[in-house]
Design a protein around this ligand. Structure first.
Ligand SMILES: *[C@@H]1O[C@H](CO)[C@@H](O)[C@H](O)[C@H]1NC(C)=O
Ligand SMILES: *[C@@H]1O[C@H](CO)[C@@H](O)[C@H](O)[C@H]1NC(C)=O
Ligand SMILES: *[C@@H]1O[C@H](CO)[C@@H](O)[C@H](O)[C@H]1NC(C)=O
Ligand SMILES: *[C@@H]1O[C@H](CO)[C@@H](O)[C@H](O)[C@H]1NC(C)=O
Length: 784
């Protein structure tokens, strides 16, 4: 009796409710839409959950259930939710997804459509895009296949697209990144492949990106601009190897079971909202940042099955709310943190490390140490091959370079440059020739020899292989404070080696899998990029995958040039930091010598270096050094230049090489222009305007020329040297590359200008009481 009475009461309540709704809203569905619903019921093969649907049902006012909901607005259906039972079998063969869609689009005002677990099968018909007001589409757990139809790109109001647990395949289309308001994109458990489109970096409103359990691969697009992203779920794909670039608002980050092979970036320790972090089952290497344990929001942390190293301490601190930590199967050493091992609330797993606890199958300490060493170090036989190369280079380079350095440091630059050693520079012999020429001067300065020889070639240590550990040491684990910047050529860090030398470290990610062997010829070339007027290469380091020893990252270590850019020595406005005219000439000579070395000092030559005044750095002796050049390795990893480096060997390509040579001449002209005029230029157009000004005055008189030059040098330059410099500058900037002077021609003119200036200064100095007479006479001979 009692239940019946209750049931009756309930019905009465609904009845009253319905009347109330009818009165208050008086929503009456258009009869055509009722027919549409009944037709959908038929196409879905009359599932149990729709058994109550018949022609006399008032759909708009039927009580919603967890499985079926219809919402109307002004006699039209705006929301339709049909959720079948889990494991519903596929609809019969007679089912047509296309007819189903044709019927569905007769509900044109639909904003929210949920069709879950209904056994729908077939390709997703593009015509669903006719539902142009659609905001949320949830078709989880069906048997849909094929790709996401292109027509979907027209549903600009789409906010949520959930196609989890289907059989969609193929690559994600680029246009997916152009949905203006997309906030949730969930494609879990499908068969999608390829990489995520770069356009994803424009989905500014995205909060959830879930693509776990697919066959995606490769590097992720840069997601740092997705400032609203809270959940990123990439689990169980083949993403990697580098760590994705992410905004720091993430709450949930799941990278488990992929092919990530990098270190954990230090920025992760600033993800203050991060609650869930899963990095398990990858090949993450390098130190495990202990700070992750004490992130303010973290509750779940899983780094199991990686190659992370580092030491835990008993006093390591953790977030009080932490619930689960899995550090199993890494290369961790040290003691169990008591905040985890003593906690009754937290689940803590740490097996298969080298921790000092008798429990959970720990390896001996040496195991972790050896494994850790294997990370980031060249396999033994390859190391020895390289060291042979660098040894030979080191010896010859050391002797020659030691001599060069003596000359370079202690002799006035312009005198060196006046040396006519370069007539027809053929190959890499320039350094040798130059150093022979300096010998006589060198002997008179013999007291400096012992000191300089210690410094090795060019005052630099010999080229060598670095270990990843060296670099981590030098940069405090690539700390943000060591970060100098990032360009198309990878990230730059500043570091300090154990012996106190400062270095610049360039980190290049390698996309395709290559063995270290395939980089050896590049490395050999790079090891030769050591010259007084280059920020020289000091060494390299390969970071390899443990499984197949292919290279994941290459670090190139360069000389760190401490004294600012050339521009900062021209236009900063400090009188004391403005280069004098003779210094400008010798700087110009240095740059051209650097260019000449790149073109002809090594084989194959390095051309089209895109030289900029800001890439010319000054060292503590105000020696100019080119810090950015077209490294063959960089060219290749950027995928642009391909095998250009092999070209100069082929004589039929010599015209092209000449042309490339003139590209650098033009760029040098732009730098020279700024050095003469003291004014920065920002566009090719501005350069041409200034060049025309210069051209107009070159043929006039000394006074006019002087007036157009940088005021800082007007009073201390000889007329002839200024004229020569202006002339050569104008010629470098000619539009037709064929008309521009050759590098040798430029160098000759600059040296001429230096000499004229030297004589002029010598004359004016010898007339002054304390002037030390310079010796221009023998230098002039070199021009005969
Ligand atoms: C329609 O379904 C309701 C219950 O949902 C039932 O009471 C009614 O008799 C049905 N009408 C027809 C015509 O089948
Ligand atoms: C989509 O449907 C699934 C299955 O019913 C559900 O778990 C999920 O919450 C739905 N998502 C949205 C945003 O409605
Ligand atoms: C993706 O899968 C399709 C088949 O579904 C295949 O034809 C295609 O080659 C795959 N693409 C990639 C990049 O693996
Ligand atoms: C934690 O312990 C280590 C040695 O066990 C010690 O070097 C370190 O200073 C301690 N840190 C704190 C915060 O107490």
């Amino acid at each position: 009796m009692l239940p019946m009475a209750k049931g009756f009461k309930h019905q009465a309540f609904i009845f009253l409710g319905v009347i109330f709704l009818l009165i208050s809203q008086s929503e009456q569905l258009q009869s055509s839409q009722t027919h549409t619903l009944l037709r959908l019921q038929l196409l879905l093969n009359y599932p149990d959950i729709l058994s109550s649907w018949n022609s006399s049902v008032d759909f708009c006012n039927a009580e919603p259930t967890p499985q079926v909901t219809v919402v109307c607005y002004e006699e039209s259906i705006t929301q339709l939710h049909i959720i079948g039972n889990k494991g519903t079998p596929s609809l019969p063969r007679s089912f047509s997804m296309d007819s189903f869609a044709t019927t569905l689009v007769k509900l044109p005002d639909l904003r929210v459509l949920t069709l879950v677990s209904l056994g729908l099968w077939g390709p997703l018909p593009g015509k669903i895009a006719r539902l142009s007001s659609l905001e949320i589409l949830n078709m989880t757990s069906n048997l849909l296949y094929g790709t996401i139809p292109h027509e979907f790109s027209s549903i600009t109001s789409l906010q949520t697209l959930i196609l989890d647990k289907n059989m969609f395949s193929g690559q994600l289309p680029d246009w997916l990144g152009s949905f203006p308001v997309l906030t949730v994109l969930s494609l879990r458990k499908n068969l999608f492949n390829g990489s995520l489109p770069d356009s994803f970096s424009m989905l500014e409103n995205l909060r959830v990106l879930a693509v776990s359990h697919n066959h995606f691969q490769g590097e992720l697009p840069d997601l740092t601009s997705l400032t609203n992203l809270q959940e990123l779920d990439l689990e169980d794909n083949a993403f990697g190897p580098p760590f994705p670039r992410l905004g720091n608002k993430l709450v949930r980050l799941v990278l488990g079971n992929n092919r990530f092979r990098s270190g954990i970036p230090p920025e992760l320790s600033s993800f203050y909202q991060l609650q869930w972090l899963d990095l398990s089952f990858n090949r993450f290497v390098g130190p495990f940042p202990l700070s992750l344990l004490s992130l303010p929001s973290i509750t779940y942390l899983n780094i199991a099955d990686n190659k992370l190293t580092g030491m835990l301490f008993e006093n390591t601190s953790c977030n009080a709310a932490i619930e689960s930590v899995d550090l199993s199967s890494n290369l961790l050493t040290g003691d169990l943190p008591s905040c985890l091992s003593d906690s009754k609330d937290a689940v803590f797993l740490y097996g298969q490390n080298c921790l000092t606890t008798g429990k959970e199958n720990q390896h001996p300490l040496t195991f972790c140490q050896n494994e850790a060493l294997a990370v980031g170090i060249l396999p033994q036989h390859k190391t020895s091959k390289l060291s042979k190369v660098s040894l030979t280079f080191g010896i010859t380079g050391g002797i020659i370079g030691g001599i060069v350095v003596l000359g370079l440091i202690f002799i006035f630059v312009r005198r060196l440059n006046a040396n006519k050693t370069i007539n027809k520079p053929t190959t890499r012999l320039i350094t040798e020739k130059a150093s022979i020429a300096y010998t006589s001067k060198l002997l008179s300065d013999a007291r400096y020899i012992s000191q300089t020889v210690k410094l090795g070639a060019l005052g630099l240590p010999t080229y060598r292989t670095f270990s990843l550990e060296d670099l981590e040491d030098a940069t405090n684990n690539f700390d943000t404070t060591a970060f100098m910047g990032e360009g198309s050529q990878g990230q730059m860090y500043r570091g300090r080696l154990r012996d106190g030398t400062f270095v610049a470290i360039r980190c290049l990610k390698i996309k395709k899998s290559h063995s270290t062997q395939s980089f050896m010829h590049h490395v050999e070339l790079i090891s030769k990029l050591r010259y007084r007027h280059l920020a020289s290469a000091l060494g390299h380091c390969f970071e390899c995958y443990l499984d197949d020893s292919s290279v994941s990252r290459i670090f190139l270590i360069f000389e760190y040039v401490p004294n600012g850019t050339l521009r900062s020595w021209l236009t900063e406005g400090h009188a004391e930091r403005s280069l004098t005219w003779p210094q400008r000439i010798s700087t110009a000579i240095g740059i051209v010598k650097g260019i000449q070395f790149l073109h002809t000092g090594i084989v194959p030559g390095v051309y089209s270096n895109n030289l900029k005044i800001t890439d010319v750095l000054m060292d503590q002796n105000l020696v100019a050094k080119i810090s950015s050049y077209n490294l063959p390795l960089l060219a290749e990893s950027a995928g642009k230049v391909g095998h250009r480096t092999a070209l100069p060997k082929d004589p039929s390509n010599s015209s092209r090489v000449n042309y490339e040579d003139k590209v650098d001449v033009y760029d040098f002209g732009v730098i020279l222009l700024e050095m003469i005029m003291g004014r920065p230029t920002n566009s090719r157009n501005e350069v041409q305007i200034l060049k025309n000004q210069l051209q107009a005055v070159v043929a006039t008189n000394d006074e006019t020329r002087r007036n157009i030059a940088d005021p800082a040098i007007q009073t201390c330059c000889s007329d002839q040297s200024l004229k020569t410099m202006m002339e050569i500058c104008v010629r470098c900037l000619l539009m037709d590359p064929a008309e521009r002077p050759s590098v040798e021609d430029v160098l000759w003119n600059l040296q001429f200008a230096a000499q004229v200036q030297d004589v002029w200064q010598g004359d004016s100095r010898s007339s002054s009481p304390d002037g030390s007479p310079s010796q221009p006479a023998h230098l002039r001979l070199t021009f005969h």
